[in-house]
Write a protein that binds this ligand. Sequence first.
Ligand code: APR
Length: 172
Amino acid sequence: MNTKIEVVKGDITEIKVDAIVNAANSSLLGGGGVDGAIHRKGGLEILEECQIIRCSQGGCKTGEAVYTTAGMLPARYVIHTVGPVWHGGNKNENELLAACYRNSLHLANELGVKTISFPNISTGVYHFPKEAAAEIALNTIRNFLETENKTIETVICVCFDEKNYRLYLDKL
Ligand code: APR
């Protein structure tokens, strides 16, 4: 299956796809950044489903992914994944960030998703260095698409800031 990886600059809540990936926190109760935008625009339904997940499994561990409705967003699902907080690189941050992308893509396959968008996970409040995060993101996405993908036709990496956008374009 020849799957496309696209890089765009903009607001992930404005882009129509089957699944939008959220850079959440382990509580799944929302926050700032892209998490805040997704909950604000998607509406209460998303938080209600996050609370159901919290009741059944606590929250979401770093590197793992869960899904909810997308509410009023232009998508069917929001896949919530929790990126690692950057602590200098000796706390398995690289592998945990890769796991966010891999587990989100796995879940997207289970949901029969054809188009999926990712923000630049962990590169905001969690301070993961943007250059390394871009490398991990694209390598992990490419590897998944080449070895395991069953349903995805297009992956859109949505960059909100110019620095990430330039980094992704250079590495694509
Ligand atoms: N669309 C796309 N990308 C966005 C948007 C948006 N509307 N808003 C912010 N971003 C970008 C940021 O510029 C950054 O590059 O998403 C990237 C991730 O930044 P954060 O949203 O801060 O996420 P992260 O660094 O993973 O930290 C997660 O922040 O919002 C809280 O609840 C969240 O505790 C969690 C933490």
